[in-house]
Structures are given as C-alpha cells and as structure tokens.
Design a protein around this ligand. Structure first.
Ligand SMILES: Cc1cc2nc3c(=O)[nH]c(=O)nc-3n(C[C@H](O)[C@H](O)[C@H](O)COP(=O)(O)OP(=O)(O)OC[C@H]3O[C@@H](n4cnc5c(N)ncnc54)[C@H](O)[C@@H]3O)c2cc1C
Length: 102
C-alpha cells in the first residue's frame, strides 16, 4: 500500500456501483482507473439512442424509477452536480455526469 495520493486503484465495472466506488475513491484522494468490458459506460443504467425514421430519441435504459429512500444515490447525484429537478428520473444523465467528473 503506498501513501495517500499515490495509490492507484482499478475499479472493474463502470455501472452504477463502479461509478459510485470510483467517485468515493477519488474523494479519498486516490488515483482511479475505471475499466469496463462493454463499449460504453453505465452498465444496465445508461442512455440509449432509438432511431425512428429520420428522428432519434434518447431513452433511459434501466433504473428510470427512483424513490427518495435512495439516499446514497441522491448523495452521489449531488456530489457530481446533477440538478435537483433531474435526480429522481434521469439516472443515465447521472452516469454521464459522473464520468465527466472522473
Ligand atoms: C430495463 C431495466 C429497468 C430497471 N429499472 C430500475 C428501476 O426502475 N429502479 C431501480 O432502482 N433499478 C432498476 N433497474 C436495475 C438497475 O439498472 C441496476 O440495479 C443497476 O444499474 C446495477 O448497477 P451495477 O453497477 O451494480 O451493475 P451493472 O449496471 O450491471 O454494471 C456492471 C458493469 O460491469 C461490467 N463488467 C462485468 N464483468 C466485467 C468484467 N469481468 N470485466 C470488465 N467489466 C465487467 C459490465 O459491462 C457492466 O458495465 C433496472 C434495470 C433494467 C435492465
């Protein structure tokens, strides 16, 4: 184990759990590499684009319904700067914002 600030942690899985772990590790002053086998981040909760004719729509896939009892989720959304009005319905947006924060 090296000194705080020089410890480099690999987090495997860039879904909601991995993102939360990565943000917590960064907050603790560690260096983080976030690794995922998939071509995109977000795991089961991510934004997908649906093309219909000449129009496309951004849809949330997975975890679109959140309740106030999800205190850890709300704290993380706050931590990465998701506007209050969007916290309860747009997890994919939280994932994108967390990635930018990392
Ligand atoms: C259609 C749908 C609707 C849902 N609706 C809700 C809802 O309304 N409310 C709610 O609370 N929850 C809902 N869920 C559940 C919620 O989306 C999941 O519980 C949550 O996203 C899980 O996050 P996670 O990070 O634990 O796991 P995951 O999102 O599964 O992330 C795991 C990540 O690890 C990666 N990975 C796995 N193995 C490896 C490996 N060996 N090497 C590298 N990478 C690896 C995967 O590619 C993935 O990106 C829904 C899920 C679906 C699919």
């Amino acid at each position: 184990m090296s000194a705080r600030g020089t410890t480099h942690v690999a987090v495997v899985g860039a879904g909601w759990s991995g993102l939360a772990a990565a943000v917590a590790l960064l907050d603790a002053g560690l260096r983080v590499s976030l690794i995922d086998a998939a071509p995109q981040v977000g795991g089961r909760a991510r934004r997908v684009t649906l093309a219909l004719g000449d129009r496309s729509y951004a849809l949330d896939n997975g975890q679109h319904l959140l309740v106030g009892a999800y205190r850890e989720y709300i704290a993380l959304a706050q931590r990465v700067g998701v506007p209050r009005a969007k916290r309860m319905i747009m997890l994919a947006e939280v994932v994108e914002t967390a990635i930018i924060a990392i």
